[in-house]
Write a protein that binds this ligand. Structure first.
Ligand SMILES: [Zn+2]
Length: 131
């Protein structure tokens, strides 16, 4: 694998490290929480996915975009999904878009795994402090 591929997909490599970390007591919950946080940020703002912003002819934009929340280089598309996240009535449509196109399922799965892992790690931290 060359360096540009690593730069592009480092979040998924991190996910593998995280999965490894969860098998047994290899890292503490603090490290797991930080790793999870990075994965979520990667997926939302950097993972290679389709833009999927709505174009004028009601189809999806298939330009490359970085991150589930971000659009492609077109100015109108850039913040379209971001704006939808703020409005709950768009969530159904947004969810379908997150699952559309190359890389999107992997990115969505990683986001869910990252969030679940972060919450589990934080709970483990809190429980540890309380004990
Ligand atoms: Zn676009």
């Amino acid at each position: 694998m060359d360096m540009s591929a690593i730069r592009k997909y480092w979040g998924y490599l991190l996910l593998l490290v995280l999965l490894y970390g969860w098998t047994g007591d290899k890292f503490g919950p603090g490290v797991l929480a930080i790793l999870s946080g990075f994965i979520v940020l990667y997926v939302l703002f950097q993972a290679p996915v389709w833009c999927t912003a709505e174009t004028r002819n009601k189809s999806f934009c298939r330009n490359n975009a970085g991150g589930l929340l971000m659009g492609c280089h077109l100015r109108e598309h850039k913040w379209q999904k971001f704006r939808m996240v703020v409005k709950t009535r768009y969530w159904g449509r947004l969810g379908r878009r997150f699952m559309t196109g190359i890389g999107a399922q992997a990115a969505t799965f990683s986001a869910i795994a990252g969030i679940a892992s972060a919450m589990t790690a934080i709970i483990a931290l809190v429980v540890k402090k309380g004990a």
